[in-house]
Design a protein around this ligand. Structure first.
Ligand code: SF4
Length: 147
């Protein structure tokens, strides 16, 4: 209960209860740190969670090298990403650290090369119409405003 940074929990009848749902950031920290696994959250139970015990973790050097060498990807294969691999990647996104305990992140995924190309065409068309003055946003996106 003390671990909730937002003080959303309160002791009632000897057990912690959600007392201030409007404060809860849905970070699930309470679920993760409960020493007896007694906390359930949004239908999730500690018993169904992945345990770190027995997990093979990368070495410090491996993580350090990965951080040093990571780059954004600017060349893409022409083939669609395998659906099973894509599904696994999207599922892993549910566990990314946010640095601020906010879980309400939205990712947009274009599952096929064709859908990505369509979005790119539409996006460029909107940019061109902004540039030409054909359409005007009430408040242009920051990257469209003059510096
Ligand atoms: S999910 Fe996070 S914010 Fe909500 S009660 Fe648990 S620890 Fe607090």
């Amino acid at each position: 209960m003390r671990d909730c940074a937002f003080r959303a929990l309160k002791m009632e009848g000897g057990v912690p209860r959600m007392a201030f749902p409007d404060r809860c950031m849905k970070c699930q920290h309470c679920l993760a740190v409960c020493p007896t696994g007694a906390v359930t959250f949004d239908g999730k139970r500690a018993a169904d969670s992945v345990s770190v015990a027995g997990l093979s973790l990368p070495s410090f050097e491996a993580v350090e090298n990965w951080l040093r060498t990571r780059r954004s990807m600017r060349h893409f294969a022409a083939e669609d990403v395998d659906r099973a691999a894509l599904s696994r990647i999207l599922s892993a996104l549910g566990n990314v650290p946010t640095g601020c305990k906010v879980r309400a992140l939205t990712f947009t995924c274009f599952p096929t090369r064709a859908s990505m190309d369509g979005f790119r065409r539409d996006f460029i068309s909107v940019l061109e119409r902004h540039r030409d003055g054909t359409i005007r946003a009430r408040r242009p996106a920051r990257f469209l405003r003059p510096h």
